[in-house]
Ligand binder design. Sequence first.
Ligand code: ADP
Ligand code: MG
Length: 370
Amino acid sequence: MHCLIGYFCSMSLFEEKSPKRTPLSDLGEFGLIDHLTQNFKTKQSSTLKGIGDDAAVLAAGKGRVQVVSSDMLVEGVHFDLSYAPLKHLGYKAMSVNLSDICAMNVVPKQVLVSMAVSNRFPVEALEELYEGIYAACARYEIDLVGGDTTSSTSGLVLSVTAIGEADEKDIVYRDTAKEGDLLVVTGDLGGAYMGLQILEREKAVYQENPNMQPDLQGNEYVLERQLKPEPRVDIVTLLKELDVHPTSMIDVSDGLSSESLHLASKSDLGVRIYEDKLPMDPTVLSLCDEFQLDPTVPVLNGGEDYELLFTVNPSDFEKIKGNPNFSIVGHMTPDKGDYYLIAKDGKAHPLNAQGWNALLQKKEEKKSTS
Ligand code: ADP
Ligand code: MG
């Protein structure tokens, strides 16, 4: 192996670089994407938005655009087949990707599904996976239009590319929030994280004693939030009906804290979130009590809720006020880089982005084991 690499290097196909070895954990996920892509310049006039938002936006003629996004789910990193049924996994892989199209204020229409599978999966298992994919296609009127299939020497890898089409004027980006805009989130938060806590707890109990039956009763809501999330396609339609055009938008895949910071930093603003405004389902509250967790933690940093987070001009307040789909959780401030949570006691705490950063998680694990 070594000889071959040496041989190819000596052919000087690429300019040689010094053999510096920076651990991925030094950069983290967002830092790595930035590092690898910051100097890339797009050349096509049809590329209206490249890297840096929930989806790319491509001109399709006559004021129309195509919106494209892809996301990958990797066994052992994003899912654990000891508790994620394959049908749910197929559905979730779809939701995660459809959600990114919704985050551009667009209704998704098509998907491509690519997978790498090991021969430990029988055909029936993959049929089950596709039952979930087709269930999401049916529910959201999505066409499966292609993909790729290859083998994997270890786990299952699923990558979905989702596509939507819209008028260019309807697209909402991350970087266009304005000072004084209200920060609004849909649904409730923290459920997916608490669902994961239950599943991890029951897995540990089962590993201790395989005769024990998992105790999942009463936790259906949070389990569904974790295993079978729904993309908020309904919100895209609702915003149109209400004649609300958000000034910026993102989906909540990494937790409210991380996503608010994205909207604020990309828009060169600050943000304030109010703890007493955070939307939580009562089951999340009682589970936090059981797990002795401060409920604000899964809401801010839990992730995987796939709700939509957006900003609106205060003049739209009357249109969203009292609507059970929306919670106004804060506002955008002029102070670039000032990100604060105002706690129930009125104290301001700096917000930071602790999300589902798989690369950083590895760093934390390394720290705790070294
Ligand atoms: P999201 O959480 O909404 O899926 P990400 O944080 O994964 O968004 O990605 C942010 C941006 O970086 C997106 O525009 C995405 O397309 C882009 N991106 C992510 N990984 C890569 C990569 N390996 N190469 C090029 N662009 C990437
Ligand atoms: Mg997103």
